[in-house]
Design a binder for this molecule. Structure first.
Ligand code: PEP
Ligand code: MN
Length: 299
């Protein structure tokens, strides 16, 4: 086969996928050089030396589950609880017991928040739930499936609440930052980006649904000064891998973590392979502290 030689091909001006034109004209806010931290209620900061952990079950299944979870978080000195009352599902079918807890789930989160003085992260799936979510949530999560739901991004941004924007599992970093730009342009700088795994050829097996794109963490940090957190639970879909992916995320420079936990993972109404049990979570926090301190950060 003859080789094709190009006369003018030189490596004098190497470029990355995101061009200078993108940076100047399409992503001016998300790629601005100003270092951004996100402070939640003067209590927790994303983007500084300390790495906050967000933990909780997938869905707000019951008051009892959230109560037990909150107790474990308090013991581990974790200040942010997660749990979704509104949930997008990959397939339209739900198990018989499982339906979204919706406003009653939000009432449970409200109670837990007051009783334990915890910050609440919960997912916004549709505009009509925005008001209810805003009454309780300290951070609004936009899930991967809604990364480019522009109306949802715009209205969430207008609340001025901190927002976790999860990367879609098929999205380039360029498109991810494009979505972030839709939040920033509304004047909301309380933006936290979240890497949560991408689809690649060997994924979507029973034990490896997505692949955590570890490289996205330093890549994003190089170009974007907003905090970037990692969700190893949704990436691997497989609890035994969550600890190593957590430690790798810390080593890669993440500014926060989302860990799915459940009192009895087998009984989790959604994704039962994914959550750590409480003991595993306590161990994870313990080990994470060591990894963080080895790179001069803390948990
Ligand atoms: C979740 O956090 O429960 C979730 C559904 O995450 P993702 O949008 O990343 O799939
Ligand atoms: Mn989930």
């Amino acid at each position: 086969m003859s080789k094709i030689f190009k006369k003018n091909l030189s490596n004098k001006f190497p470029t990355k996928d995101i061009s200078k034109d993108d940076i100047d004209n399409k992503l001016p806010l998300s790629t601005s050089k100003k270092k951004r931290i996100v402070k939640i209620n003067n209590k927790i900061v994303f983007g500084e030396k300390k790495i906050p952990i967000i933990a909780g079950p997938n869905g707000v299944e019951s008051y009892k589950l959230m109560f037990e979870t909150a107790k474990v978080l308090k013991k581990s000195k974790i200040s942010i609880i997660r749990g979704h009352a509104y949930k997008p599902l990959t397939f339209p079918y739900r198990s018989k017991q499982y339906s979204e807890s919706k406003s009653s789930g939000m009432d449970i989160m409200d109670k837990i928040k007051r009783e334990f003085n915890l910050l609440v992260v919960t997912e916004l799936t549709e505009l009509r739930y925005l008001d209810r979510i805003c009454r309780t949530a300290d951070i609004i999560q936009i899930g991967s499936r809604n990364m480019q739901n522009l109306e949802l991004l715009r209205h969430a941004a207008l609340t001025q609440k901190p927002i976790i924007l999860k990367r879609h599992f098929g999205s380039s970093i360029r498109d991810f930052l494009g979505a972030a730009e839709h939040i920033l342009i509304e004047g909301n700088n309380n933006l936290i980006l979240c890497e949560r795994g991408v689809s690649i050829p060997h994924t979507h097996r029973e034990t490896s649904r997505f692949a955590l794109d570890i490289q996205a963490i330093p890549a994003l940090k190089e170009i974007c000064k907003y905090p970037i957190i990692s969700d190893p639970s949704h990436a691997s879909f497989w609890a035994p891998w969550v600890p190593s992916l957590t430690y790798a995320s810390i080593a890669a420079g993440c500014d926060g973590l989302i860990i799915e936990i459940h009192k009895d993972p087998k009984k989790s109404l959604v994704d039962p392979l994914q959550p750590l049990n409480f003991k595993q979570f306590k161990d994870l926090v313990f080990q994470s502290k060591k990894v963080a301190s080895s790179i001069s950060r803390s948990i």
